[in-house]
Design a protein around this ligand. Structure first.
Ligand code: CP
Ligand code: NVA
Length: 337
């Protein structure tokens, strides 16, 4: 959404926001239309109420709380899905999500800004479609798309954040633990895009968060500082350590992700050496709460950041997380497009 369209939306006020296209069964939730027309770029841009709204709508969609005439939130709408990097979950769940909501999705692959500028791509898609989801290398590319399209732009993973993963993860935590506030989430591994979204989400809603990573692999300082500031207002305890055992102590959930994110393949050898000792295995989980759950955004690199027995064991909720990508994606689509 560019500045001009944001101003126009504000000028139109609650009438436009409350009855988009005359179809808003989500009105049963007070404030459900506050995300209509908005971009979903990062957890950093969303309020606590907005984050919890997305989780609630995802949960309601999962439980089929809407009758069949109400689930066609996206009837006649089309979403562009731009991918600079590979994907299984994000691609399939956005496409299936659009179909299930009565709309459709168009998959486009390749690096943006090569054949034509990112802004021209955005200005074209904006004339034809109702939304753009993008997975990019540089976060700046998602921002450029958003600045040049009036339709909502959704970040499907950039080098800075992976917000749609976090929506699914917090739905999964809610389902398994019955609450979010006051839980302790521990992350073991690289301070990457997934961590950035998780720690911001935790701090915004009052969840405690610890990360154990090797020195030099901490989350980006700007977002870490924002996380610490947010935590002051919500009471979240936020800890950074290089000791995995310390990080998982009293944890309700232990999360890990690849040591080598997409685009970092040339650093693989060094990273595999540097992350030795930062594996989520059953010996490490024994230091957490007895009912701890193990989480991973997938794809997993079995035998590296997580062992087979943990990934496939009864503490694992990774395939619930994967399933919840579908429900979370549908919530984002229903709330924004
Ligand atoms: N977790 C996740 O985003 O998976 P994909 O890379 O397969 O989309
Ligand atoms: N941190 C990983 C997440 C993949 C879903 C990456 O960026 O490759």
């Amino acid at each position: 959404m560019n500045d001009e369209s944001a101003a126009a939306l504000n000028a139109q006020g609650s009438q436009r926001m409350s009855a988009p296209h005359g179809r808003s069964p989500l009105n049963y939730i007070f404030g459900a239309d506050q995300l209509r027309g908005r971009d979903i770029i990062g957890i950093e841009d969303l309020s606590k109420e907005e984050l919890l709204l997305i989780v609630q709508v995802a949960s309601d969609l999962k439980q089929n709380k809407f009758d069949s005439t109400q689930t066609q939130f996206s009837k006649g709408q089309t979403l562009a899905m731009l991918f600079e990097k590979p994907s299984l979950r994000t691609r399939v769940t956005f496409e299936a999500g659009m179909t299930q909501l009565g709309g459709s999705a168009i998959y486009l692959e390749g690096q943006l800004g090569i054949r034509e500028s990112v802004s021209d791509v955005a200005k074209n898609l904006d004339r034809w479609l109702d939304g753009i989801m993008a997975r990019t290398f540089d976060h700046e590319t998602v921002l450029q798309l958003a600045a040049n399209a009036k339709v909502p732009v959704i970040n499907g993973l950039s080098d800075r954040e992976h917000p749609c993963q976090a929506f699914a993860d917090f739905l999964t935590l809610q389902e398994h633990k019955g609450k979010l506030e006051g839980l302790k989430l521990a992350f073991i591994g690289d301070g990457n895009n997934v961590v950035n979204s998780l720690m911001l989400f935790a701090a915004k809603i009052g969840m405690h968060f610890s990360i154990a990573c090797p020195r030099g692999y901490e989350p980006v300082k700007e977002l870490w500082d924002i996380t610490l500031e947010l935590a002051k207002t919500t009471g979240s305890k936020i800890v950074l350590t290089d000791d995995p055992i310390d990080a998982v102590k009293d944890a309700d959930a232990v999360y890990t992700d690849t040591w080598v994110s997409m685009g970092q393949e040339s650093e693989s050898e060094k990273r595999i050496k540097d992350f030795k000792g930062f594996q989520v295995n059953s010996a490490l989980l024994a230091n957490a709460k007895s009912n701890v759950i193990a989480m991973h955004c997938l794809p997993a690199h079995r035998g590296y950041e997580i062992t087979d027995d943990v990934l496939d064991g009864n503490q694992s909720v990774v395939f619930d997380q994967a399933e919840n990508r579908l429900h979370a994606q549908k919530a984002v689509i229903a709330l924004t497009l």
